[in-house]
Design a protein around this ligand. Structure first.
Ligand SMILES: [Zn+2]
Length: 684
């Protein structure tokens, strides 16, 4: 099957192309039309170039039959004017096309939204003979559960073979997918406590003297002699279901089935289990159970792997000679590393030690790793992990890991997502690429004229982290970035914007990439200031006034020499005798934006009627993780309040307020007005 593009470029497919071969040919055609609209392409000097995509007659004639090529290996080779793009398995040909477009046409896929497909007047290619096979067997970057936010095309174009938790369809080569029920914490999905707990309490863990199971309350009793048969029956059902679904979708049947503990630390406390822990360790007992299932499955379906989590009480290596069977994949979760530092830095050795301990105890190991911080308040705050991926990948592969599942969610807001994603995917293919060249090239291509300034901002960030010996986990305050660092970084981002001002694409990228730094600056501005005596103070600049003028009310910031905090106040007027939310009692309190509940508050029916400001105190209040302070019954003035440094601590909250007018002060002739100067926090 041959088709000729508008630009007179010829593309040949197999006579009956597989869905992924048809996609590969279409993909090549679409990008060649974009990148070389003149159609002027030569290969090793030859004109009238013809591209042969997939398992074509020419590829077979040249000894490049697809079925003889390893899964995920890709080959781009020219024979005179003929260029063969082919690969093994269902994805190799797609990889050949994306490599050709990247390596020879300068196409780059950065995210679902950002790509470069530069236009060339003509394309003079050398004689071509390149090929490759990704170093890692399992290459997964999870960015969203939602298909609309995780287009599988990006995964294939970047040579991943898993799109996180969003499956890759057959026409894009399919992925290395998990069969049902899920990719993690599956004990209760196989044998739900709610379904079998009554009839077979003995299958479930003994916790605090009672048999209990369930995703959050218990586990299975792995010493129970009847459990294996029951579980195996369910596993066979799941495999049949996985096969059927794959058949429907035209996909290769799933090769991974997850057998793993529920998401809690409540291991069985029965005597039989305890005896087994003694012999093999908790992870050893658990692995023996998975191995026993795997031995049965190996007889029936040798291509299937059972995967299992080494997590919480099972992340310690097994003892007593237990090792995972050849068709079992151990998945180690890296939840304790310093995400901003190299895995090889002193002080970042928790996971290194864990990985060392597991040596010799598995045939296949995947790592579940994290490329983001999860706390909503600090999500997107900058940390320069792009400089350390090389160490991570090299350490993993040198220690036997053949796959990584990256959690790298929130592409729109997480720190420098496009650059990090690009580097993550490149190292999957070759962890020994020269990292300095790779990183500089990524910055140069992604930020164009702004690259140098952005790079300088990131170096400054990294220097700050090193100087402060900072640890970045899932919810940090990022105090390692000093106010000076922040100012310097902001100035460099300004410089980057200036350099990109005439290039809308680069300018958009710079503006998006600086959001984390801007968010941190905003966070610092709104956070109450700590005084030398340990108390905190917040003036009007820390208050959120976006509701002050709602519902026809008039208000705003005024200069007020009487204000006990920085000579300013937020003032708002109310109509005389209005029975609204601005009438007494005056109130303020703490709202937990996580649970959506008011967790503390006080109403002051009697205000101090003597002139000037007075302090109103809410005593001994615990600050929730995600909190907001509100003032007046209308919550007209608010203050973001959820800062990790404050959360969980107890304070007296003192608010400085002044009241004028007959509604508040009997006999007053002034207009009814409330003034709020700010607040203080006094630790308990
Ligand atoms: Zn037990």
């Amino acid at each position: 099957m041959t088709f000729i593009l508008a630009a007179a470029i010829a593309i040949v497919s197999p006579d009956v192309p597989k869905p992924y071969e048809a996609t590969a040919a279409k993909e090549l055609g679409a990008y060649l039309e974009k990148c070389v609209p003149s159609g002027k392409i030569t290969v090793g000097g030859a004109t009238d170039v013809v591209f042969h995509v997939g398992d074509t007659v020419l590829a077979r004639a040249k000894g490049l039959a697809a079925e003889q090529i390893d899964e995920d290996r890709w080959i781009v080779r020219s024979f005179g004017k003929d260029v063969v793009l082919v690969g093994g398995g269902t994805r190799g040909t797609l990889y050949a096309v994306s490599h050709f477009l990247e390596d020879f046409c300068d196409v780059r896929w950065w995210s679902d939204r950002e790509e470069d497909a530069p236009m060339h007047d003509s394309l003079a290619l050398p004689a071509l003979d390149v090929s490759g096979k990704p170093a890692f067997l399992y290459r997964s970057i999870h960015r969203s559960h939602n298909r609309a936010e995780a287009d599988p095309r990006l995964a294939i174009r970047r040579r991943l073979n898993s799109n996180g938790l969003v499956p890759i369809p057959a026409e894009w080569g399919g992925g290395v997918e998990y069969g049902p029920p899920d990719h993690a914490h599956t004990f209760d999905m196989y044998l739900p406590w709610s379904k079998y707990g009554k009839e077979h309490p003995e299958w479930y863990s003994l916790v605090g003297g009672k048999r209990i199971g369930g995703q959050f309350d218990g586990q299975l009793c792995l010493a129970n002699p009847d459990l294996k048969a029951a579980f195996l029956g369910k596993l066979r059902e799941m495999i049949a279901k996985g096969d059927a679904t794959a058949r429907e979708k035209g996909l290769v049947p799933p090769r991974l089935y997850e057998i793993s503990m529920n998401d809690n630390g409540k291991a069985c406390e029965c005597e039989a289990c305890k005896a087994e822990y003694e012999k093999w360790g908790k992870s050893g007992q658990y692995l023996r159970f998975v191995n026993a299932l795997a031995a049965e499955i190996a007889k029936e379906r040798p291509e299937i792997f059972l995967t299992t989590l080494a997590y919480l009480y099972t992340d310690e290596p097994p003892k007593g000679g237990v090792r995972a069977a050849d068709n079992v994949i151990v998945k180690l979760c890296d939840t304790r590393s310093n995400a901003a530092a190299s895995i090889l830095e002193p002080g970042n050795d928790v996971f290194v030690k864990l990985l060392a301990g597991w040596q010799g105890k598995f045939s296949h190991l995947f790592v579940w790793d994290y490329a983001i911080t999860f706390d909503n308040r600090t999500l997107g705050f900058p940390y320069a992990s792009e400089f350390h991926y090389a160490d991570t990948y090299r350490h993993y592969i040198a220690n036997g890991a053949s796959g990584i599942f990256w959690e790298h969610e929130y592409p729109l807001v997480s720190d420098l997502w496009e650059i990090k994603f690009y580097i993550e995917s490149r190292f999957f293919e070759d962890p020994y690429l020269d990292e300095a060249t790779l990183i500089r090239d990524a910055f140069r291509r992604y930020f164009g004229p702004a690259a140098k300034a952005v790079f300088a901002a990131r170096r400054r960030l990294e220097e700050a982290r090193v100087r402060a010996k900072a640890v970045v986990g899932w919810s940090n305050e990022f105090t390692f970035i000093s106010d000076d660092d922040l100012a310097a970084m902001s100035a460099l981002w300004d410089e980057a914007e200036k350099r990109a001002k005439d290039a809308p694409t680069y300018l958009r990228r710079v503006k998006n990439a600086r959001l984390g730094t801007d968010k941190l600056a905003e966070y610092r501005r709104k956070m109450p200031l700590r005084r030398a005596d340990g108390t905190y103070v917040a003036d009007v600049s820390h208050l959120d006034l976006s509701h002050v003028n709602e519902r026809g009310r008039r208000g705003g910031v005024i200069d007020d020499p009487e204000s006990p905090i920085c000579g300013k106040a937020v003032a708002f007027e109310t109509e005389p005798n209005a029975h609204g939310y601005l009438s007494l009692p005056f109130s303020f309190g703490v709202y937990d934006t996580g649970t959506k509940k008011v967790t503390g508050g006080r109403e002051f029916k009697n205000i101090d009627t003597s002139p000037g400001y007075h302090w109103y105190t809410l005593e001994n209040t615990t600050i929730p993780d995600n909190a907001m302070l509100f003032f007046t019954r209308a919550w007209q003035v608010q203050a973001p309040f959820g800062y990790p440094l404050l959360s969980g601590k107890k304070f007296d909250i003192r608010v400085a307020a002044k009241f004028e007018g007959p509604e508040y002060i009997p006999g007053s002739t002034a207009t009814n007005r409330i003034f709020i100067a700010g607040y203080e926090l006094v630790p308990r």
